[in-house]
Design a protein around this ligand. Structure first.
Ligand code: AMP
Length: 249
C-alpha cells in the first residue's frame, strides 16, 4: 500500500497570532512555524501502517513557500520515505491545493491519502472533501480510528451521539481527528537520516493549476478583549453575585 500525506506549514499552535496593523491578515514575520498538528497525526497514522507492514511507501507533500521544505523534513524524520514540495509564494486557497493534490494523486496512484481534518491557520476544513470530489474517491473524514481489513479500510468517525464506522474501498481519502493517535517526536538519528531523503521540487504550473485567489479577505480583526474578572472574598458573596446576575435562582 502507498500512502500520500499532504502536510501544511502553519503558524505554530503555541504562538498567539497578531493581526497586521492594516487588518489584511495575520502577521507572520519572525513567527515560529510548524507542521499543522492534524497533519502530524496523519503522518503518524501512515507511519504506524508502515510499521505494521500494511503500507510500503509514504510520500509527504507540501504546497507553499520554499521554507515548507522544513515541514517536509519533519515528516521524513517521523518516518515518511520521500517528499514533494510544490513551491508557491502565495499560499493557494483550498480549491487550488485540492486540484494540485488531485494531479499528484493521479501521478502517484496512492491507495490512501491521509490529510488533516483542517489546517489551524484558516480552519477551512475543505481540502480533503474537495480532493475526494475531484478524484471521485471514497472519503472518511474526522477519523478517530483507521483499520485496514482486506481490501477495505474501516474508518471510525466521531459523530453527534456516538461513533460511525465506514468501510471504504480504496483508493480513498481520510482526514484525521484529534483522537486518532498521539504523534511521535522525531529522534535525532531520524532527523539526520531525513536530511538524505529525496524531495522533488515542483510548481503549481507543472500541474497546470492556476493559484490566483478567488476569495477576497475583507478584513481580519482581533477577537474582542475579555472583560476583567472580579475576585470575591467568600462563597456567600459569590452566591449573592451569581443571584444578582441571574446565573442561579
Ligand atoms: P484545510 O481544508 O485548508 O483546512 O486543510 C485540510 C488539510 O489539507 C490539511 O490538514 C492538510 O493535510 C491539507 N492541506 C491544506 N493546505 C495544504 C498545503 N498548502 N500543503 C499541503 N497540504 C495542505
Amino acid at each position: 500500500m502507498k500512502i500520500l500525506v499532504p502536510v501544511k506549514r502553519v503558524i505554530d499552535y503555541n504562538v498567539k497570532p497578531r493581526v497586521k496593523a492594516d487588518q489584511s491578515g495575520v502577521d507572520l514575520a519572525n513567527v515560529k512555524m510548524s507542521m499543522n498538528p492534524f497533519d502530524e497525526i496523519a503522518v503518524e497514522e501512515a507511519v504506524r501502517l508502515k510499521e505494521a507492514g500494511t503500507a510500503a511507501e509514504i510520500v509527504v507533500v507540501s504546497i507553499g513557500e520554499q521554507k515548507a521544505q522544513e515541514t517536509l523534513r519533519t515528516g521524513l524524520a517521523m518516518g515518511a520515505d520521500r517528499g514533494i514540495l510544490v513551491v508557491s509564494e502565495n499560499m493557494p486557497e483550498p480549491l487550488a491545493v485540492a486540484k494540485i493534490l488531485a494531479k499528484i494523486a493521479e501521478e502517484e496512484s496512492p491507495d490512501l491519502v491521509i490529510l488533516g481534518k483542517q489546517a489551524i491557520d484558516d480552519d477551512s476544513n475543505q481540502v480533503g472533501q474537495m480532493l475526494a470530489a475531484l478524484l471521485g474517491w471514497a472519503q472518511g473524514t474526522f477519523a478517530s480510528k483507521v483499520e485496514v481489513a482486506g481490501d477495505k479500510v474501516n474508518v471510525t468517525r466521531e459523530v453527534d451521539g456516538g461513533l460511525e464506522t465506514l468501510a471504504l474501498s480504496t483508493p480513498a481519502i481520510i482526514t484525521t481527528d484529534l483522537r486518532l493517535n498521539e504523534p511521535r517526536y522525531a529522534s535525532l538519528p531520524n532527523i539526520m537520516k531525513a536530511k538524505k531523503k529525496p524531495i522533488d521540487e515542483k510548481t503549481p504550473a507543472d500541474y497546470g493549476v492556476d493559484t490566483a485567489p478567488r476569495l477576497e479577505v475583507v478584513k481580519v480583526t482581533e477577537p474582542p478583549k475579555r472583560q476583567a474578572g472580579e475576585i470575591v472574598p467568600d462563597v456567600d458573596t459569590l452566591v449573592a453575585k451569581l443571584k444578582e446576575l441571574g446565573a442561579v435562582a
